[in-house]
Design a protein around this ligand. Structure first.
Ligand SMILES: Cc1cc2nc3c(=O)[nH]c(=O)nc-3n(C[C@H](O)[C@H](O)[C@H](O)COP(=O)(O)OP(=O)(O)OC[C@H]3O[C@@H](n4cnc5c(N)ncnc54)[C@H](O)[C@@H]3O)c2cc1C
Length: 393
């Protein structure tokens, strides 16, 4: 029997994870990634709970992740005179296992590069489905037929747009934006290390704005509310300009932090948004990760992408070539874990809209009972749903 040919669009988290599973379990996998290489950058992402751990263990990547994990960083929220107003403990932000997104993408690529052919610097431009496959056109290479096409190309998925319709129909912007960059200057002296090894970063709020100062290995984070997305998503200079305009007049060390990130090669800006879909599959096409169920900063989206890749591969293997049965099962299994992608907006909590709300938020970290309730909320997002062991290699 000939091997099923699968094309995966996107090589960040969901794409390489799926490539690893499918490639080792009898599929002929090609991954096409728009960027010339695996993209570095992004802040720390985290895993929490038994489902995430089970998937990472079965995949054989847990040890590499543990070796590369961050020491969790406490945020000291300060006022303009550097007085500490509240401390956000690293456990609150970092789940059970925290790793820089770029490091995770690199590890997943390493673990999957023998299982798939990676095509960097190209993208799908058109797809036509017929009874025996999908004819795919690319920007830079000749067209090819695949049995299945998987969109792992993130919140602004081209596969979703081509098959399910325009982005506005499926992506809800939450009115906040975030930018992340490793500073090129010496801000890293601001991320200090306590004698017990914990790292401490300093953060500053003004209404609707949050800046967390990072360094060369701990990215700076800027989170802000803005009326509309006044930037070109494909142009880093335009994105940086949007960020600068949004923080104009903000005090403390923010101007210095912005300056230090100006020429960062890994600058990344996007909207906080949710992908809302009632089904992640259509015909011979499926979506995995943010393309189907994003909720930026809303809780364990990266873990969800890893779980989704495992379930999709598992159902495809279990269905022995019946992609329609596999996709229906994938839709059904993922409905529950993806509930976290349909609620919550961390933007208003991290960058409260007024000084009063900032003070109330700070108090919630000082008050034990309130802090415990918040930790309980984050526990809720940890995926504990039992995911079947598909017996994959
Ligand atoms: C550089 C970068 C930095 C990030 N930083 C953060 C962060 O700081 N905080 C946070 O919460 N989330 C961040 N994210 C998103 C985070 O990685 C995802 O929310 C989550 O891990 C799920 O991953 P994903 O693989 O589904 O999607 P993504 O990580 O968004 O990856 C999508 C991949 O598809 C590629 N791609 C996009 N369009 C096409 C196309 N048309 N054809 C081929 N390839 C395409 C992209 O280059 C990217 O490699 C970042 C993503 C990237 C790419």
């Amino acid at each position: 029997m000939s091997r099923n040919k699968v094309l995966i669009s996107g090589a960040s988290i969901a794409g390489p994870a799926l490539a690893r599973w499918l490639g080792r379990n009898g599929f002929d996998v090609t991954v096409v990634e728009k960027s010339p290489a695996i993209r570095p950058g992004g802040q720390a992402v985290d895993f929490k709970g038994s489902t995430h751990r089970a998937v990472l263990t079965r995949m054989g990547v847990l040890d590499d992740l543990v070796a590369a994990q961050t020491t969790k960083t406490d945020w000291r929220l300060v006022d303009a005179s550097d007085r500490v107003k509240a401390v956000v403990p690293g456990e609150f932000i970092g789940g059970d296992l925290e790793i820089l997104r770029g490091d995770l993408a690199g590890i997943l690529h390493r673990h999957s590069q023998m299982d798939a052919e990676y095509l960097f610097g190209d993208e799908i431009t058109a797809m036509r489905e017929s009874s025996n496959g999908v004819d795919v056109e690319f920007a830079h290479r000749s067209s090819e037929k695949f049995d299945l096409v998987i969109g792992a190309d993130g919140m602004h998925s081209a596969v979703r747009r081509l098959v399910f319709g325009p982005e506005e129909r499926h992506v809800q912007s939450l009115g906040h934006y975030y930018a992340v960059a490793n500073s090129t200057a010496s801000l890293h002296d601001l991320v200090t290390r306590l004698p017990d090894g914990r790292a401490v970063a300093y953060a500053y709020n003004e209404p609707g704005r949050l800046a967390v100062l990072g360094g060369q290995k701990a990215p700076s984070l800027f989170l802000f509310r803005a009326g509309h997305a006044d930037y070109d998503r494909r142009d880093a200079a335009s994105q940086f300009d949007f960020l600068e305009r949004s923080f104009r007049g903000v005090g403390w060390r923010v101007p210095e932090a912005l300056e230090a990130c100006r020429s960062a090669s890994d600058f990344y800006l996007d909207a906080l948004a949710r992908t809302r879909m009632s089904s992640f599959t259509r015909g011979r096409v499926a979506l995995v990760g943010d393309a189907g169920y994003a909720n930026t900063l809303g809780g364990f989206g990266t873990g969800l992408a890893m779980v989704g890749a495992y379930v999709l591969a598992g159902e495809l293997v279990a269905a022995r070539g019946d992609h329609a049965a596999a996709f229906a099962a994938y839709d059904k299994v993922m409905l529950k874990p993806t509930k976290v992608a349909r609620s919550g907006n961390a933007g208003g909590f991290l960058a409260p809209p007024s000084q009063l709300r900032i003070r109330l938020r700070d108090l919630s970290f000082a008050n034990r009972f309130m802090f415990r309730s918040m930790m309980w909320m984050t526990e809720r997002f940890a995926t504990e749903d039992a995911i079947r062991d598909y017996g994959l290699r």
